[in-house]
Design a protein. Structure first.
Length: 130
């Protein structure tokens, strides 16, 4: 059963960002391969793949949560890449991060926007046009 769950999660994650699964494995494989398995199996195979929210909307929710939590910059970077992959524009992402400043504070919004800038730069998407 676990291998079926993992395979499903791997398929979902690979469709969102072909490099993300390897980054997860690389970052956790030598310390907690079980956690890497759960990220792929549960977070992406079971939770992310639920049908009620399309990936674009789900990413807006995830970006807001990771911004509000703070200290999640690696995960925020991964989800920013996925957000772009599922159709969010840099302008929509920066607007969501600006809105987050109202509810979770300016410092968290600034950090998230800095991570977004790095991801946009990787993809040649700077400057962001409104």
């Amino acid at each position: 059963m676990t291998s079926d769950r993992y395979e499903h999660g791997a398929k979902v994650l690979d469709s969102l960002d072909g490099a993300a699964r390897q980054r997860i494995t690389d970052s956790l494989g030598d310390v907690s391969p079980a956690l890497a398995d759960q990220v792929v199996s549960w977070a992406f195979g079971e939770m992310y793949d639920r049908p009620a929210l399309p990936p674009r909307d789900r990413q807006l929710v995830i970006l807001g949560i990771l911004t509000s939590l703070g200290g999640c910059e690696p995960q925020l970077g991964m989800h920013l890449r996925i957000a772009l992959n599922v159709g969010l524009t840099p302008a929509e992402i920066t607007e969501a991060l600006l809105q987050a400043a109202v509810y979770c504070g300016m410092p968290r919004s600034l950090v998230a926007t800095s991570v977004a800038r790095q991801v946009f730069a990787e993809r040649g998407l700077l400057p962001v046009s409104p």
